[in-house]
Design a protein around this ligand. Structure first.
Ligand code: ADP
Ligand code: ADP
Length: 232
């Protein structure tokens, strides 16, 4: 089934002669329980696609459906609720709070919301991520790869419907990058999650179920398992 669907999504920045068409009528479906990579040159629209798909940015036209819920025309508050409750985010920078331990970083969003995480889910997450024995450490006591594992666990702790990752291996060496891609693969296979990742890492081809190639705001090619796609 479809986790996220973009229907004729366009995004134009600015207006008049200075405007930029960052996404041009993109129709694309991401399958549930798969790992999709979004690739393409700098300026091709990858970040804009990710931000529109994640409800962070309102498309100029078209629709975005998250599990059949229209998220492209919500109010700021509704959109923030959808992001908090249904979507996980992973970035190039790990964004961990230095004063907190790994487990405190992972559970902070729950504490702020006065909720308790599902302990069984959290334990399987820490185990798949291979950081169960490191969770009492602070970020500076962890390698870059380990810090990204912690950030991935934080994104997945609320059991989101979709996880969006923007260049998650951009700050890591080759070996740590491979390990993060292996972890994403394991999260999809063993925890039945859906991951959409923007990356320049050509090594991703060995791990992703599908790849979408963008150029100049268009989907110019696809590979692997996508639900339904229009290639311009
Ligand atoms: P990518 O992630 O592939 O590098 P982006 O989605 O960041 O591509 O950008 C696509 C195009 O839109 C580029 O031409 C970029 O300069 C432009 N762009 C992105 N964000 C903005 C913005 N906030 N204001 C104006 N132009 C933007
Ligand atoms: P990325 O590696 O994601 O392509 P960029 O450096 O293109 O990063 O963009 C970083 C941020 O700046 C994004 O939020 C993007 O929307 C914004 N941005 C990109 N291009 C422009 C632009 N021409 N004008 C204003 N903001 C932009």
């Amino acid at each position: 089934s479809v986790a996220v669907q973009l229907d004729a999504v366009s995004k134009v920045y600015g207006s008049g002669s200075g405007s930029v068409i960052a996404l041009d009528n993109v129709t694309l479906s991401f399958r549930r329980g798969t790992f999709t990579a979004v690739m393409g040159p700098s300026g091709s629209g990858k970040s804009t696609l990710l931000q529109c798909a994640a409800g962070l940015l309102r498309p100029s036209s078209g629709q975005v459906l998250l599990d059949d819920k229209e998220i492209s025309r919500l109010s700021e508050k509704e959109s923030a609720d959808v992001r908090r409750e249904r979507i996980g985010f992973v970035f190039q920078s790990f964004n961990l709070l230095p004063a907190l331990t790994a487990i405190e970083n992972i559970t902070l969003p729950f504490r702020l919301a006065k909720r308790t995480p599902d302990q069984e889910w959290l334990n399987s997450l820490l185990s798949v991520a291979g950081i169960a024995e490191h969770v009492g450490r602070h970020p500076h006591e962890l390698s870059g790869g380990q810090q990204q594992r912690v950030a991935i666990c934080r994104a997945l702790a609320p059991r989101p419907q979709v996880v969006f990752a923007d260049e998650p291996t951009g700050n890591l060496d080759t070996r740590s990058s491979r390990e993060i891609l292996e972890l994403v693969r394991a999260i999809v296979d063993r925890l039945d999650q859906t991951v959409i990742m923007v990356t320049h890492d050509p090594g991703v081809a060995a791990y992703a179920d599908a790849i979408v190639f963008l150029a100049d705001g268009h989907v110019v090619d696809t590979a692997g398992q996508l639900a339904a796609t229009d290639v311009a």
